[in-house]
Write a protein that binds this ligand. Sequence first.
Ligand SMILES: [Ca+2]
Length: 134
Amino acid sequence: MEFSQEQQRRTELVISQAKRENFTEQEKEFYDDFFTEAGIKKNLSEMTEQDADDLLQALSASECSLEFVANVVNRVAIEAPPYVVEHILYSDLDEDGVPLIDELRLGRDPFHYESPSKKQQNQSVIAKKPDIEL
Ligand SMILES: [Ca+2]
């Protein structure tokens, strides 16, 4: 799969930002445990796209917070090969056409399809409610 220059540029930006995050040894161990559970029993620097897919599946299957997903992505971005990082950032497991990098930025769940109109529908339901009949 070929990536556009724009994707490469944004991936490099994520990687350079991630490298400024200071993970404590405790945090590193915590995330390393998660990687092991996800089936990545090797150095993050040796990750392949297949490993990235396994990791995404594990994240998708767990009911983890967006913060956790973002931290995992950061942790991977620091050490994994850039093309693997890019593979993760531009994955779209929920197939809504929005890549993971943008879902996280928008505060949306990258693993569950969210219809953009869902919130508006909920609001209109609430708006109708106060019509109490006496
Ligand atoms: Ca998506």
